[in-house]
Structure formats: C-alpha cells, structure tokens
Design a protein around this ligand. Structure first.
Ligand SMILES: [Zn+2]
Length: 448
C-alpha cells in the first residue's frame, strides 16, 4: 500500500529542526518513503490525501499510561490521591478481570487515537488484554504487566505506625512469573507493533529482595524496565525509612538501572539522584497534568534536561490528550523556571514525539518523519477557527490547538482515524461494552 500526503506543512522532528511549508510525504509498505518539497515521479500512490492547510507531525508518543484505568474515571479526581492509593485503589483493582481490562483498554486506546497518539506505554493488570486491544485497533504499544510486592487480596494498609505494605514474596513471585511470561511471549507481536517490558509498580510497593529478583530476571531475559519513580512524598519517605536513601539511589543499589529504564513522574528526586539518572541513561516520563491534579509538585525536568536526560511526556491514567499535556508541560515549567521562553513549542512537541520515542528506546523506528522509519503520522487540520490564521503552525497547534484539529492518524502505514471516523473497530460496540464493564465494576465496588 502506498499513500501520498500532499501540500501540508511538515515538521519531521529530525535532526534539522526544519519545517517544510508545503511538502509531500510518501508512505510505502508501512514505512516512510520520502519527505520532500516535490514527490519523486516514480512514486505511484494507491491513495492520495490532500493536506493543504494541514500540519503533518510524527504521531504522539504517550510515555506513561494505564489505558484500562479509565474504568475508574470519575472516582479518583478531587480526592487525596495519596491517601486513596493506600486505602482503596488496590482493593478496587482486585475486582478487575481480563474482559473488563480489554474493554477499558479498547476505550482508552480509541481515546488516545482520537487525540493523535500513535504509541502508548502502558502498565497494568491483565496486560495480555491490553496488548490485544492495542493490536486490534492498530496502535503501537510498549506494554508491561504490573508487578506488586503483595497480593491484591491483602494490599497495604495504613496503621498508626505508618503504612504496612504487607509484603508477600510468594505473591510477588507469581506476579513476576506472569509478567515475564507476558513480556517474553508477546514481544514483537502484531507485526512488531507490540514491544514488551517489565513493569514493577513503584519503588515503595516492592522491597529490596523483590527488586533484586526483578533486576536479575530483566537481565536474563533482556527486558527493559518501566516503573513509577518518586511520584509521591510518602514513596520517598518509605524508601528513606527502609533503606536510608532516595528512590533513585535505591534502584541503583539493587541493580535495576543496569537495564534501560523509564521512570514515570520523578518528582521527589534530588541533585544527586538526577546525576544517577544521567549516569545510567534512565529516561523520564513527565506527566504534569495528573501531578497537578493530585496537587503534587512539579518534577525538576528543567534540571534533568540540562544534564541531557531524555524526558518524554505522558498522560498517566484517565485521559489521553497529549496536546493538552504538552501545552501544560510548557506552561507549568515556565512558572517553575520563571522563564517565559522555557520549553518553546518545538521543544515541547519534540518531547511528545522524538524524545518520547527515545525514552522507549524506539527512536530508530519511530518518533520522527524520516525515510525508512515506520509511518506513524498525525495530520492536524489547521483551517479550523481556533488555529487560524496559522502564521506559525507549530506554535498555533501547541497554544490554540485541540482534539478537534486531529484529522488523520496513521500507524505503521495504515490509516486508523480519518475525518472523525475510526477505521478498524466498531466504536459503538466498544462504547457499549466499556460502559457495561464500568457498571459491572460499580456493582462489585459497592457490593463487596
Ligand atoms: Zn501511572
């Protein structure tokens, strides 16, 4: 299949920082054939998409999410998230089954697609169901099965001496085996669109012995790591009390950073720990919207970026709007640094694309529009009133764009979303089954 996109502004996010005002992008057999001001005469497309007035970018890469967690939408906002985390969340998650996770993931993945996302980095329970949903829709996934240091039937609980984590090595071992089985059997699935990794939940929800075991298995099976890292104050305090060190120092100490690692959040880290992240080439997913929603602090990504650490962007749970995430990242970090020109539009959209690809170790294949790379492309209609007069499309998109500007989304050379329509699945059925799963969940929540 050959597709030709004609006449749009193209920002390839390659090494040149160039944007072509009116260009041509050719796609052949799932890969980008060329990006140029003129199409080669020899290219005979099966389909031509007229992109006059559009902006063509690499698809967004959401570096940290839990697609199926949107089953809990509406139940976890405007609350003390940190408290809820230890008292309620794990008990709620014990009520999920693979079918609910499948429909939750389907709904989340369609929402992501609608927002111009082409790759999702997901960690959750029943990861096989999420991988199936992502595969069926046609998205690209970087997926892991969540591992906890306790059984969901006996989760952490607050006591008057602090949180009792109820660590249980046998329950952990079962989860580790399941996670490794998922990661080793599903890697490269869906024609290479599924990359797997190993995903311990967070630094505080497993103990030293468990992390050492995970580090060994990750090394033995050649698996990358994705985990929550220094997201909460109580997480840092727990590691400090248990180990006498910070979260990042702890991960280095247990050998987890010997493998390529992606840490989500990285809010409560000090200068010394930022240096450890740099030394071990750990990538960070900056998730400023949920961090602000939960009244946490702003992660020190300006210091991380100064040191050359790769920082991508993630939405975390419930919503998939990467454009909003990029805009919010620029704005909140300007407040944080006091610099009105900090994270200019190009740089923050680079975090949503090529830097995100690098954070997942997939930048040889995706993240920019360059010949030979997989054709993951998002086309934005800039003729809508909110983005007119479109003098500077990249700035117009970041500051004034919204989901209504997403016109066409292509993954692996296949058009998955076009003019408001999903091309691979029956969206009405997904919505119906998602809502059905939400009510089954509510039933279990309130009758357990
Ligand atoms: Zn998360």
């Amino acid at each position: 299949m050959k597709i030709l996109l004609t006449g749009g502004a193209i920002c390839p996010f390659d090494h040149s920082r160039r944007c072509i005002q009116s260009g041509y992008l050719g796609i052949k057999d799932g890969r980008i054939a060329f990006v140029s001001k003129q199409p080669p005469d020899s290219f005979k497309p099966d389909r031509v998409i007229d992109c006059q007035g559009d902006l063509i970018l690499p698809g967004f890469i959401n570096c940290h999410t839990h697609l199926a967690e949107n089953l809990f939408k509406g139940l976890m906002e405007e609350v003390n998230f940190e408290g809820l985390f230890y008292t309620t969340l794990f008990r709620w998650e014990s009520l999920l089954d693979p079918e609910m996770v499948y429909w939750g993931s389907m709904a989340g993945a369609l929402d992501a697609l609608r927002c111009g996302v082409t790759t999702v980095a997901d960690m959750y329970h029943h990861a096989t169901a999420t991988a199936e949903a992502v595969s069926e829709i046609g998205l690209r996934g970087y997926i892991g099965q969540k591992i906890l240091g306790f059984s969901l039937e006996k989760p952490p609980c607050p006591t008057k001496h602090g949180i009792n984590y109820n660590f249980d090595f046998s329950a952990f071992s079962d989860q580790l085996e399941e996670a490794v089985k998922f990661a080793t059997t599903r890697r490269g699935a869906a024609g290479g669109r599924i990359t797997t990794c190993i995903t311990p939940h967070a630094t505080n929800t497993l103990n030293r012995e468990m992390f050492v075991e995970i580090a060994n298995r990750a090394e033995a099976d050649g698996l990358n790591i994705h985990l929550h890292l220094a997201q909460m104050e109580s997480e840092r305090e727990a590691i400090q009390a248990r180990e006498g060190m910070g979260c990042v120092e702890f991960l280095e100490d247990v050998g987890l950073l010997e493998r390529p690692a992606l840490g989500a959040h990285a809010i409560f880290v000090d200068e010394r720990e930022i240096e450890i992240l740099r030394r071990h080439h750990v990538s960070i997913s900056h998730n400023p919207v949920p961090n602000a929603r939960d009244a946490a602090a702003v992660a020190p990504i300006s210091k991380m970026r100064e040191r050359g650490i790769t920082v991508g962007l993630g939405t975390d749970a419930f919503e998939m709007n990467m454009l909003q995430t990029a805009r919010f990242a620029a704005l909140i970090n300007r407040v944080q640094t006091g610099q009105p020109d900090y994270l200019p539009a190009y740089d923050v959209l680079a975090m949503a694309t090529i830097k995100g690809a690098k954070a997942l170790g997939l930048d040889n294949e995706i993240g920019s529009l360059e010949p030979g790379k997989r054709a993951d492309v998002t086309v934005f209609d800039m003729r809508r009133l909110n983005t007119q007069p479109a003098r500077a499309p990249i700035k117009d998109l970041l500051y004034y764009g919204d989901v209504s500007n997403v016109r066409t989304v292509i993954v692996d050379g296949k058009v998955l979303f076009d003019a408001g329509e999903f091309t691979t699945v029956d969206v009405a059925k997904v919505k119906r089954m998602f809502l059905r799963s939400c009510s089954i969940l509510e039933d279990r929540l309130y009758h357990n």
